[in-house]
Design a protein around this ligand. Sequence first.
Ligand SMILES: Nc1ncnc2c1ncn2[C@@H]1O[C@H](COP(=O)(O)OP(=O)(O)OP(=O)(O)O)[C@@H](O)[C@H]1O
Ligand SMILES: [Mg+2]
Length: 794
Amino acid sequence: MEGAPVLEVVDSPLDAEDAIRAGQPLPEALPVLPLRDTVTFPDSVTPLAVGQERSIKLVDDVLGADRMLAMVTARDPEDEEPGPDGLYEVGVVGFVARMIKVPDGSLRILVQGTQRVRLGPFVAERPYLVARVSELPDVIEPSAELEALTRNVQRTFSEIVEQIPYLPEELQMAVANIDDPAALGHLIAGTLRIPTAEKQELLEEVDVAKRLRHLSQVLARELEVVQLGTQIQSQVESEIGKGQREFFLRQQLKAIQEELGEEDEQLAEANELRERIEAAQLPEQALKAAERELSRLEKLPPGAAEHGVIRTYLEWLVELPWSVETEDDLDLKHARKVLDADHYDLEKIKDRLLEYLAVRKLNPDSPGPILCFVGPPGVGKTSLGRSIARALGREFERISVGGVRDEAEIRGHRRTYVGALPGTIVRALRDAGTRNPVFMIDEIDKMGADFRGDPASAMLEVLDPAQNDSFRDHYLDLEFDLSDVVFIATANVLDTIPAPLLDRMETIELSGYTVEEKRQIARRYLVPRQIEANGLKPSQIEFADAALTAIVEEYTREAGVRGLERQIGAICRKVARDVAEGKAKGKVRVSGKRARALLGRRRVFAEQRRRTKHPGVATGLAWTPTGGDVLFIEATAMPGSGKLTITGQLGEVMKESAQAALSWVRGHWAEIDPGLGEKWFAEHDIHIHVPAGAVPKDGPSAGVAMTVALSSLIGGRPVRNDVAMTGEVTLTGQVLPIGGLKEKSLAAQRAGIKRVIVPGRNQGDVEEIPKHELGKLEFVFVDEVSEALDVALS
Ligand SMILES: Nc1ncnc2c1ncn2[C@@H]1O[C@H](COP(=O)(O)OP(=O)(O)OP(=O)(O)O)[C@@H](O)[C@H]1O
Ligand SMILES: [Mg+2]
């Protein structure tokens, strides 16, 4: 601790034991130090904390004299300041061997106990207790019984030490080496955690034989308690090993059945497994392994621990679809129909998928690329995968590798590992039941961000056509041919996918839907699905366009349609209830108003209306893994000395663009507000804040919005509430191009924006976005940030 006084240490100049051996006589009276809840024994060293004022004074005084005091235990541990009556009558004399002053004023002392004494009358009570003392020697009569007691106590104690963690092993040695029964009794009594009163009884007993007898009872009791504890522990452990228990019970059952003359289970089991092995048509290598394990199983005595392990392994072998496969339906017209039946629009993606199928048709043996669907949640990645499986007539299986850090989750544990199982690839194949399913690997971008080495390299083996014909799961320890599996990966973002994996995949981007597209998807797919799921008939309910628009705009904020489907489901549920209760007459028409009434409070607000009412707030646009979002830049000024504060947990690049924006505005104040004057900047501090939100806040693309926010602030003109902007700004005011335009424009539409200011050099990107995805959004292209001011400020 800094600043605390240095500890003061007083060490005993005389060796206490020497003093006793020298036969230093016991003084007539000694200061009495009361002990709470602890008993010391002769010849022991006791550390004590001394905090009471009278006790501190006592220690001070004896340190100045012969260092001797008597330690006596209080009868009642709750007694704060026991008087003569509050103390036991027998205690131990000791020498203060070491004293340390603790900064809080209390003392720590180390007392070397010497002999046992009986307290006589007290001669003083102030400032601390002083009493006459007389030695209380042991009575000891060597006998065979004493000898036997000594050994018994030594043995029992040593057993206890073995089982109790708080007793150091060295005690066993020490106890074995003491041959004085009196000293032995004291040492053991001093180390046990038994009630204080019982300890005191042991201290007071002068007859050594009686003392050891008592002690051996105490020890026997302690040992029992300790053993009971161990027993409970092992019971608990056996609960944990329930699987094992079940196994033993089964073995017993088997023994009983045999006893009763029922069929030899083991033989029956082996026969059944043999049949299943034959039926499974294992490839050669796997067949060999299966036969080897089966013959091991037959030789094992029933009840051997390995029995269950081998049996589980064999079950896995026979359940895997080694030679079960479906035949591909490569009729492209049929495929097109299936894709259209399941998904609205997504033309480009459907075309790409049909090309993929066409290549398969022409060249069935070429491995074909591994597709990776990338896009925000709920845009149809998983359901496209399902459609492909349906079009091909294959089984569909899905695994998620999000959060997987351990290679063993993908590839399994070796069989030597307790509780080993195959990895997720093999497990999914078993569930698929065919060796050529469409296999979707979800969240490949979220795999083991910390240790990406291992699971990623296992994944690589799975996906790489050059290696995956001989994929080896650690548990099976056999090769499985994955080359006929169609793998499709999905991800929300590309940049966290390990490069070697990304390299092997062909990415297909799905960016999100406009309000109009969402309404179409709802009308054609989600509404019919939810009507059916909630037990309604199409003749009982109808959604108006206004209802769908209201749900999209007021109750969801998403790039995909998952929330939309959920809200439609909620409305259907409520209508279903009315129908079931007989309250609904005829067809229920869900209008916009009705939808609002059923869904309750509006969840999503067009925030920029409110936010941009005051000068100094501009609406920016950000790209996010969930499909883009709006971002507010707030600037305020206060009297000061020209300082700039930037808050909102921004990345370095974004902070720099805030500084650049301020520099540009300082250089152009006269164009923004001629009445301002150069001095304004020196007399004000400026604070730029970007309110929190789930938007990653870095990168240069908020430059235009920052410049506009600052200009709005100094010019006192609010930013138009239907304008959003994106673009990087240089110190000279040029506007540089940025990325993620498609996501940003969808986010702007979701937020109710009508015009977006974008860099002139992004014009080509905007033209590439299909017209219908832009809705009514208007784009204003600018090359200089001053042009943006004209558009944005009201
Ligand atoms: N274009 C579409 N036409 C019809 N339904 C669609 C379309 N896009 C998405 N859906 C529906 O939206 C729901 C969510 O889609 P899906 O589960 O495939 O999302 P996802 O992209 O896999 O999302 P995540 O990244 O969260 O896994 C599904 O019920 C799906 O059928
Ligand atoms: Mg999905």
